[in-house]
Design a protein around this ligand. Structure first.
Ligand code: URA
Length: 434
């Protein structure tokens, strides 16, 4: 078997066998297939597509390309993953709430790339928080406190790591089969028994429309079933940013406020829906509406926040920042963007807002870039809100005057304000289960 034959087969639109897919993954990870050959094959897959059987074989080959965690000593572990978005601080709020209900949360999260944020960058905004603890400490933390959130430092699905970076560099990310296999290979390798997926949909997500989001969800559910891991996909709105803060420290602060009971409606909808399915899959409550009440109770009695503090303390973080969010570093310039007209916010393109934040320094253009934790945007008006001329639409947090001015101009352009009354976006679009 050689890679040229495999590339030629896919280039000409034929289906790859399990052996061919395994050969590609093994040889790419061990370095005997070059990046340019892998890039050619990925591009051929992108253009000619792969069918369900190929996607399943690709997922399993990637999942088995490194370590596969055995978390059976912890009990039933329900994992949660989002396909990515702007202002998505759901894990920071949801994970401690679910853990406070006695459900173990052992989660590996990623860093932000491009206009989307990543939970690990946000957690590292808390002084001292270690995201690179080893597997033993990770499992011990979950056993002791029911929760650990770490980065992808372990050797899990290394094939996906290489292929994802390659896809990003050759404009081949937005492909349903490739996204489904990428996400599910990581989830299978991370050892979860059950999986709740937040499939974001809209301008700030990989899936721009509902039809594609449904296709991706159905595909991931099928892979989950084949891997014997019950999977539920929740399609959520990412047409505008989630919540009000975008940027690392700003989002951590919003998450802490949410755990203190001050939660934006759209964030609450997503947290309650995902959390209720996590409880259901963990076997701790069949009724989704009752499960939502259980989560709300953990917000109201402060146990969710307490669990977040335990998480931070256990991983070396300084909890005085959680107790007093004013201690967090602030950007040098914090300035409002004011509306030039009266009307209703009709659109607030999440991708554009994500890109503005990235240029402020909150995100990475390249993987090696460092990030500025204090910068970002805090939205004051969202879709459906009434706006008067001169009212604040958003606050820009910047560390350079030039970037501040550029961001102010762009944020103003991104807000579409119209005369006609507009409705708020619905947060939960659809639930896809087997
Ligand atoms: N998130 C992933 O982990 N992989 C993709 O391909 C897209 C989003």
């Amino acid at each position: 078997m050689d890679i040229q034959e495999i590339i030629a087969k896919k280039r000409d639109g034929y289906k790859l066998t399990k052996e061919e897919i395994n050969f590609f993954i093994t040889k790419y990870v061990d370095g005997s297939i070059a990046d340019y050959q892998a890039a050619a094959l990925i591009m051929a897959i992108y253009i000619n597509k792969i069918d369900e059987e190929e996607i399943t074989n690709l997922t399993l080959a990637m999942a088995n390309s490194g370590d596969v965690l055995d978390l059976s000593s912890i009990g039933t572990v329900v994992d949660k993953h989002s396909t990515g978005g702007v202002g998505d601080k759901v894990t920071l709020i949801l994970a401690p709430l679910v853990a406070s209900l006695g459900i173990p949360v052992a989660k590996m999260s990623g860093r932000g790339l491009g206009f989307t944020g990543g939970t690990i960058d946000k957690l590292e905004s808390i002084p001292g928080y270690k995201t690179d603890i080893d597997i033993k400490e990770f499992i011990n933390n979950v056993k002791e406190k029911n929760i650990s959130l770490i980065g992808q430092t372990l050797n899990l699905a290394p094939a996906d790591k290489k292929i994802y970076a390659l896809r990003d560099s050759i404009a081949c990310v937005e492909n349903i089969g490739l996204i489904a296999s990428s996400i599910m290979s990581k989830k299978i390798a991370a050892g979860a028994d059950k999986i709740v997926l937040d499939v974001t949909c809209g301008s700030g997500a990989f899936m721009k429309n509902e039809t594609d989001a449904i296709k991706l969800s159905e595909m991931m559910n099928k892979i989950g079933k084949l891997a014997n891991k019950e999977t539920v996909c929740i399609i959520t709105n990412m047409d505008e940013p989630l919540g009000k803060a975008i940027g690392n420290i700003l989002e951590v602060k919003e998450a802490i406020q949410a755990l203190n009971g001050e939660m934006e409606d759209d964030v609450k909808d997503v947290v309650l829906e995902l959390g209720s399915y996590m409880i259901k899959l963990a076997g701790k409550g069949e009724n989704i509406e009752d499960n939502k009440k259980k989560i709300l109770e953990k917000i109201n009695n402060g146990e969710g926040l307490q669990k977040f503090e335990e998480l931070v303390q256990n991983q070396g973080g300084d909890i005085s920042y959680i107790k007093d969010i004013d201690k967090f570093e602030k950007a040098k310039y914090i300035e409002p963007v004011q509306s030039l007209n009266n009307g209703y916010v009709q659109k607030l393109n999440a991708e554009e807002i994500g890109k503005i934040c990235m240029h402020l320094g909150a995100g990475r253009i390249k993987k090696e870039d460092s990030i500025d934790k204090s910068v970002g945007i805090v939205l004051n008006k969202k879709v459906g809100d009434v706006v008067n001329k001169g009212e604040t639409l958003a606050f820009i947090h910047a560390n350079s005057l030039e970037k501040l001015e550029e961001a102010k101009k762009k944020v103003l352009e991104t807000y579409k304000i119209v005369d006609a009354k507009t409705e708020k976006n619905r947060s939960i679009i659809k639930i896809i289960k087997e």
